[in-house]
Ligand binder design. Structure first.
Ligand code: MC0
Length: 133
């Protein structure tokens, strides 16, 4: 079994401050980590839930994949991050199982992670991010 944890559930939002405030008022959730990842055109706020995170994501420019997603599909669930021991091994296992890799090789994600994305069309409509801590 290559999956060790649900790393994060990513939710695309237009207004990051409003979303953070909503989670704070509703659940008392606090931001554990915040980061702008320019290479992906996103700003994230991570809310820790046990050993996983809710990742609130907002675009930082109009060419961001998250901007496109909000434009075409509206706000909401954007992808799921599966935590794995070894991203390269899990990526190859997914390719062998028929997945279409959006990243041909593992690359840097936020908070020092190593990640790779899988196309939703090859994974039952779910954009998957493999995350190695
Ligand atoms: C698009 N589709 C999705 C989807 N985005 N389905 C489920 N979840 C999504 N998020 C569907 C569309 O509805 C469409 O279906 C088909 O996929 C192709 O969509 P498209 O409009 O042609 O494609 P694009 O140009 O919008 O690109 C989608 C794609 C892209 C997933 C390829 O967003 C991508 O490369 N994402 C990987 C990188 C990423 O998302 N970075 C931001 C997070 P139909 O049926 O109409 O054909 S970075 C991040 O989160 C980092 C910082 C981290 O956690 O460490």
């Amino acid at each position: 079994m290559l999956l060790t944890e649900i790393d994060h559930v990513a939710i695309a939002v237009k207004d990051l401050e409003a979303a953070i405030d909503y989670y704070r008022r509703a659940f008392g959730a606090e931001v554990e980590h915040r980061e702008i990842v320019e290479s992906d055109g996103v700003e994230e706020a991570l809310l820790k839930v046990a050993e996983s995170y809710v990742q609130l994501l907002t675009p930082t420019n109009e060419n961001s994949p998250v901007a496109k997603s909000i434009e075409k599909r509206g706000e909401g669930l954007h992808h799921i991050g599966y935590r794995v021991e070894n991203c390269a091994v899990a990526l190859q296992a997914m390719i062998d199982a028929g997945a279409i890799a959006l990243d041909k090789a593992p690359r840097p994600g936020s908070r020092g992670t190593t990640v790779a994305f899988i196309h939703p069309k090859s994974s039952f409509g779910t954009l998957i991010e493999l995350v190695q801590e």
